[in-house]
Design a binder for this molecule. Structure first.
Ligand SMILES: C[S@@+](CC[C@H](N)C(=O)[O-])C[C@H]1O[C@@H](n2cnc3c(N)ncnc32)[C@H](O)[C@@H]1O
Length: 350
């Protein structure tokens, strides 16, 4: 993050990677782009079907992009960064400066449900007030859909910076001080994205039936940890339907948001997905944690299944880059490899 000047004062700016997210591939972009550059011919379009933060899409921002994620909070960030709709940067700066000058957001859905949990009562007041104001400005026609998405993204990134968690919203650190207070930064989203870019918020297995791309990148969850559980609070604020929340972690009802890729049905889901892909190349990221960590971190799809499924679609090559990782729930460090499975599809004509 860095600071920039305005007539009103200073504001910070943020980039796509200024957020914590499980399985985020930002650090692997040199590896991913090297494999694509060396192994695939000219690529004019990329579909990132499990886009998460959109980090991988950002490496292909000069191509036509399709982004997709099951979570609305990721869809909204992807639309902010890559959306085809033009926007007026001045409106974002003005709103961010105004939001950061807010002293007291009063009582609202956030104070009523989350005061002094993940955020202080004062910050909950501000988060609720700002989220409400974004919706009011959009409904009143003062900002367009892309500006709404960029402001929600600015709010989610600001929440992530100060949340009293270790990045996941399964629990908060009780008794710890609230060290920082909410400050939004201006996301430096390109104004001139490709007009053909499209962003979706649906099950990849459904979307894949309606799109084509030169390269389809697939980065599904690989273990039983559901993203809607881990990031329920960001999802709640992004959707802003103000549902009832339950339990110590204050989670909303998440039925209908669960991913098949976190269940025993993962291999079957991947098989159906790959069958429906229409692309010249499929690039799959899949961790090698099968039977290595604890039960929860074990990979849901075996290497055997991956080779079998991709092998039915084309010629398969594997590339790997090793790194050392902590296995969740255990304190020892395991040798881990991030692997890319590249499938050159038999039917390249499409
Ligand atoms: C490993 S993360 C992707 C990380 C991403 N490549 C990045 O760099 O930020 C997996 C993502 O898949 C999404 N997801 C899970 N099941 C899905 C499905 N059936 N369709 C679309 N997205 C899904 C999750 O919400 C999560 O954001």
């Amino acid at each position: 993050m860095c600071a920039a000047g305005t007539e009103e004062g200073l504001y910070r700016t943020s980039q796509i990677n200024n957020r914590r997210y499980l399985g985020n591939k930002y650090k692997l972009l040199p590896f991913i782009t090297r494999v694509v550059e060396e192994e695939c011919g000219a690529i004019a379009s990329v579909a990132d079907l499990f886009a998460g933060t959109g980090a991988v899409s950002s490496a292909f921002a000069n191509r036509v992009l399709v982004t997709n994620d099951l979570m609305y909070s990721n869809y909204i960030c992807n639309f902010a960064w890559f959306g085809a709709e033009p926007y007026e940067p001045r409106r974002i700066v003005d709103a961010v400066v105004r939001y950061n000058a807010l002293r007291d957001g009063g009582e609202n859905y956030m104070t009523g449900n989350f005061a002094d949990t993940y955020f202080s009562r004062a910050d909950c007041g501000k988060i609720g007030w700002i989220r409400e104001d974004i919706e009011r400005s959009y409904e009143g026609g003062e900002i367009n859909g892309r500006e709404r998405a960029i402001l929600i993204t600015a709010l989610l990134y600001a929440m992530d910076r100060i949340a009293k968690t270790c990045g996941h919203y399964d629990s908060y650190r009780r008794g710890a001080e609230f060290e920082q207070s909410l400050e939004l930064s201006v996301p430096l989203a390109a104004v001139d994205n490709n007009p053909e870019n499209r962003c979706f918020n649906e099950d990849a297995n459904e979307l894949v039936k309606r799109i084509t791309a030169d390269l389809v990148y697939i980065d599904p969850p690989y273990n039983s940890r559901q993203y809607c559980d881990t990031y329920h609070l960001l999802e709640n604020v992004a959707r802003w339907r103000k549902p009832q929340v339950f339990g110590v972690a204050k989670k909303m009802d998440r039925s209908g948001m669960k991913s098949k890729y976190c269940t025993r049905g993962a291999a079957e889901a991947l098989q159906a997905l790959i069958r429906d892909v229409r692309a010249r190349y499929i690039l799959l990221s899949y961790n090698n944690m099968a039977e290595k960590g604890n039960d929860r971190s074990n990979a849901k799809i075996s290497d055997e299944d991956i080779f079998r499924i991709l092998g039915q679609k084309g010629r398969v090559q594997v590339f790997s880059e090793g790194y050392r990782a902590f296995s969740a729930g255990k304190s020892e460090i395991t040798e881990n490899a991030e692997r890319l499975f590249l499938c050159t599809c038999f039917d390249e004509e499409r």
